[in-house]
Design a binder for this molecule. Structure first.
Ligand code: PPS
Length: 299
């Protein structure tokens, strides 16, 4: 069954139209725009749990932590299927929606949608959402490599070109600034746990505990240790159930970059020119001032 679903999702990804088109003013892949009504009318259920993020912010890592917590720390259960089958991606393949609809509760779901485009049923059901955010400089670098290796994304052009596109918000799922601020401001209205990638790198045990408490679970010290080990970068890099190694190179070209690429804070320093860094910092200040949100670009 899972093999069949994996196959179907891969086929759909293979047919993905990489044109960027606006959905409610936010740039999205044409393939998402094509099924937008179905996505927006998705019916959440009581007990659903969502991992939300801007792309390349540590979504897969957070998903794996949540899935393991919900499976009481069982490594065996966390290996039951590839992450994109266990945790349907709301707005990616149409098959993911079918999988989500036929899944027993409690369901774990993934989305990159900005908060204002979330299907309203999630608010009606008051679902718990873990939002993971990552500093924009590392996010941008990771997104650039992802565009290069993922054939369902448009060609990013040169680094210089992608830098401008990211800064102006002209990339799939739109502006990083709008995304992180929108979700940040929604915390007082909904059940949202805001998690930072840099905090997870700094102290994974502490952050796993925070997530566990938010989910209302109380696992043993031994189970928490297992989760921490199994979701470390070195473990996830070699785990085919999370490293997207099950996808053919025609979809994810791992000769260009692997999905689990570096997993660090500060790789942006190897890519940003001094002039780009100045420009970025100016824009960051303009957009983030007064938001109450701040990011660490090094530890
Ligand atoms: S996606 O495609 O948007 O769902 O990608 P996402 O999972 O959000 O982000 C991928 C980046 O997260 C890094 N990653 C990790 N870092 C540290 N520890 C763990 N366990 C981990 N798992 C994934 C992954 O390497 C990507 O970042 P970069 O900087 O490209 O390495």
């Amino acid at each position: 069954m899972d093999a069949h679903i994996t196959e179907k999702i891969m086929q759909e990804m293979g047919n993905c139209d990489t044109t960027i088109i606006e959905v409610e003013g936010v740039p999205m892949l044409q393939s998402i725009s094509d099924v937008w009504d179905t996505i927006y009318n998705f019916q959440a259920r009581d007990g659903d749990i969502v991992v939300a993020s801007y792309p390349k912010s540590g979504t897969t890592w957070t998903q794996e932590i949540l899935d393991m917590i919900l499976q009481d720390g069982s490594i065996e259960k966390s290996m039951r299927a590839p992450c994109f089958v266990r945790v349907p991606f709301l707005e990616m393949a149409y098959t993911s929606l079918e999988v989500a609809n036929s899944m027993p509760s409690p369901r774990l779901l993934k989305t990159h949608l900005p908060v204002h485009l979330m299907p309203p049923s999630f608010w009606e059901k008051n679902v718990k959402i873990v939002y993971v955010a990552r500093n924009p400089k590392d996010c941008m670098v990771s997104y650039y490599y992802f565009h290069k290796m993922d054939n369902t994304m448009p060609d990013p052009g040169t680094w210089e070109n992608f830098f401008s596109m990211f800064l102006s918000g002209n990339v799939s799922w739109g502006s990083w600034f709008d995304h992180v601020i929108g979700w940040w401001k929604s915390q007082d209205k909904h059940q949202i746990l805001y998690v930072f990638y840099e905090d997870m790198i700094e102290d994974p045990q502490r952050e796993i505990q925070r997530v566990m408490t938010f989910l209302g679970k109380d696992l043993s010290e031994e189970a928490l240790q297992k989760i921490q080990h199994h979701t470390s970068f070195s473990s996830m890099k070699v785990n085919p159930m999370v490293n997207y190694g099950v996808l053919p190179t025609s979809l994810f070209d791992t000769s260009i970059s692997t999905f689990m690429r570096k997993g660090t804070v500060g790789d942006w320093k190897n890519h940003f020119l001094v002039s780009q860094n100045i420009l970025f910092d100016e824009e960051y200040k303009k957009k983030m001032d007064g938001s109450g949100l701040s990011f660490r670009t090094e530890l």
